[in-house]
Design a protein around this ligand. Sequence first.
Ligand code: PLP
Ligand code: ZN
Length: 370
Amino acid sequence: MKEELKEKLKCYLCGEEYEPAAKIWRCSCGGFFDLVFTPLVDFKSISSKEYDLWRYREALPISNDTEIISFQEGFTPLLEIEFSGRKIHVKQEYLFPTGSFKDRGAAVLVNKLRELNIVRVIEDSSGNAGAALAAYCARAGIECEIFASCDTAPGKLEQIKSYGALLNLNAETRQHAAELALEKAKTTYYASHSWNPYFFQGTKTFAFEICEQLNWESPDILVLPVGNGTLLLGAYLGFKDLIRAGIIKRLPRLIGVQLESCCPVYRSFNNLPEQNFRIDQIKSGRGIAISAPIRIKQIVSAIRESGGDIICVSSQQINKYQRLLAEMGFYLESTAVIAFAGLAENRELMSSAGSIITAFTGHGLKESRR
Ligand SMILES: *Cc1c(COP(=O)(O)O)cnc(C)c1O
Ligand SMILES: [Zn+2]
């Protein structure tokens, strides 16, 4: 057996700490975990390393150095485009092996599962997180069961099945799939992208890459989609690591973008009452239609700390930008254009000085239909 791992699991609610070797995914009080550990953000020898997300491996909570399983994923292009007369950098996050940025989280989480000798996991997903987990589990030889609702995009379900994962389609809605997974998680390790802190340690590499691609500078504004907040909170963690290491001075302003028809984070941020909505009536941007993100307080406080904001987009706007971006050569699923739509429709952001970065988060082939 290896020596104790460096990091600890810490409950967000009660503060109790646990060893990762306990192989638990939530605290006895019911709270979710964050990680307590000191990443080594020392990138002096980085120029000799491969261009994938493992070039930041000292800053990731994986101890087992020799046996990393990977597809050499990451280091997605940061492309500058001009739109409405403004320069915007767009991180090409749909160019991952499974077609979305969820590979960042799955890559780190699945390597942790291997380190902990966990051989069977479950997850619930509106498609992309399930596909990413299924792919990395296939590569690692870990059994996985994905809970999705029966109305999930057929291409995503096919992708998950093809990787050899067990696909559970008993749920009628996304929220129902999460409930079924929670029930099963009483007996099986829950490799959830919203609950599991290792997933966010993977998505934080998004910030490291941006910073390196900007010659170790921080952007001024970062516009990202928010459902469960895995990309936004990951980016926040990554930029905090960079500040702590003295590489950058301040956080970029984090601008979260939600659906008008399902915007719990927007409502919490603005102290508005909860909203009634019918999930089955949401056709565009379903991938971020999360009615109760478990890390909602963390998301709101990260945005506040950065001096950022939350904005919303309509399905008409999503459809418009999905078409428009395809005509510019970017073939993206509807969820993947939400951040860009929010930015492009926002006059204040578009006319602000300073650099703006957003992301194309998922590939259009996943949703292709005739
Ligand atoms: C998961 C996902 C998002 C949103 O990420 P959250 O973690 O839910 O905030 C956005 N776009 C795509 C393509 C996704 O798969
Ligand atoms: Zn607790």
